[in-house]
Design a binder for this molecule. Structure first.
Ligand SMILES: CCCCCCCCCCCCCC(=O)SCCNC(=O)CCNC(=O)[C@H](O)C(C)(C)COP(=O)(O)OP(=O)(O)OC[C@H]1O[C@@H](n2cnc3c(N)ncnc32)[C@H](O)[C@@H]1OP(=O)(O)O
Length: 199
């Protein structure tokens, strides 16, 4: 990703490399994961998401963000590159929202109530610097039935006390019927812990 958005190589080289990439991806044969299939290596919800665009070590799109418990919430650490650029030299606002949305979802799962985002309000206080280690934080601030309120923030590792982006979100834990309908590949819903291991 970084190489493709940085290069200033001439067009003929780009064409040659494109052919090479097509040859390589052509070798990714065999069974392909179906749309709603949960990868066998995943622990869903609240654990490994190998191909997540935010945390997935197996995704070329992800920074990736590494998530660990932290006090009453969860912390995510990552560095955005120029593939994630919005204003020149700074992160895209959608990337910030995506990092926060994902980590706020992890905070729900860590608090024992995995949920999906129904509302996310993001405030951009300062631009997010690229190629700079970031610290994302999220914690559950309250629950009301299936509704979970969550706060989140992004700061730099160098200056963790200054939040450059903050967010407030509402997440909802789908009821068991809705969970089964949305995620047919989950075993033992509600709250099914792991993808089918037989694949
Ligand atoms: C095992 C469980 C699995 C969980 C999955 C974890 C995935 C983690 C992946 C994380 C990935 C990262 C994160 C992502 O990317 S998540 C992806 C982005 N989000 C979505 O796609 C969610 C789309 N929404 C839905 O599918 C439904 O709304 C769901 C299924 C979530 C709830 O539909 P359901 O029919 O079940 O619920 P309900 O309509 O009875 O509402 C329930 C309550 O919520 C209140 N309400 C509703 N909307 C709002 C609102 N905007 N502000 C404030 N409150 C709101 C509503 O008034 C009611 O309250 P009350 O009247 O009872 O007081």
């Amino acid at each position: 990703m970084d190489a493709t958005v940085r290069t200033a190589t001439p067009t003929d080289v780009l064409h040659r490399v494109t052919d090479g990439v097509r040859r390589l991806t052509g070798q990714l044969t065999g069974r392909r994961r179906a749309r709603a299939e949960i990868p066998a290596v995943d622990e869903f919800p609240g654990g490994v998401r190998m191909y997540s665009p935010v945390t997935g070590a197996g995704s070329p799109l992800s920074p990736p963000m590494r998530v660990t418990p932290d006090g009453d919430g969860v912390v995510g650490r990552c560095t955005l590159g120029i593939a994630h650029e919005g204003p020149p030299g700074y992160g895209h606002g959608g990337m910030s929202a995506m990092l926060l949305d994902e980590l706020m979802g992890w905070a729900c799962a860590a608090a024992g109530s995995p949920g999906m985002t129904v509302s996310l309000q993001v405030r951009y206080h300062r631009p997010v610097p690229l190629e700079t280690p970031l610290r994302v934080f999220a914690r559950v601030t309250g629950t009301e039935g299936r509704k979970i309120s969550v706060d989140g923030s992004i700061s730099t590792e160098e200056d963790p006390s200054v939040a450059v982006v903050t967010a407030e979100g509402v997440f909802v834990s789908p009821d068991p019927d809705r969970t089964r309908a949305l995620f047919p590949d989950l075993q033992g819903t509600p709250g099914g812990r792991q993808a089918h291991g037989s694949r």
